[in-house]
Design a protein. Structure first.
Length: 105
């Protein structure tokens, strides 16, 4: 499958961020923005509590660094496809977990 186009090097650094101290995506306080290949959406991590673990994100439409328009989320399309296949989210085929699943027939 293809990989998403990234608008700038700051965004690339954010979505490719890997931290040895915080192995779970979204736990590292240096990672401000996340990317979901499943939904082709970007978001700013929302953290709470003393350990500052991310519990979700706020979807964003523009890059915080360069101002480029980011792709519209495919979240609704993903769930619609699953519904059409009569599947629950936990039953999603592996190919629907990756960027570009919407290009498959």
């Amino acid at each position: 499958m293809d990989e998403p186009n990234v608008c700038c090097e700051q965004m690339r650094a954010q979505i490719e961020h890997a931290c040895s101290e915080h192995p779970q995506v979204g736990q590292c306080p240096d990672q401000l923005v996340g990317y979901s290949a499943r939904f082709d959406e970007y978001g700013i991590w929302i953290r709470t509590g003393e350990d500052a673990r991310a519990y979700g994100w706020l979807e964003i439409a523009f890059c915080p660094w360069c101002g480029s328009t980011l792709p519209a989320s495919r979240r609704e399309q993903w769930f619609d496809r699953l519904q059409g296949l009569h599947l629950e989210p936990e039953q999603a085929p592996a190919e629907m977990e990756h960027y570009g699943w919407w290009q498959q027939p």
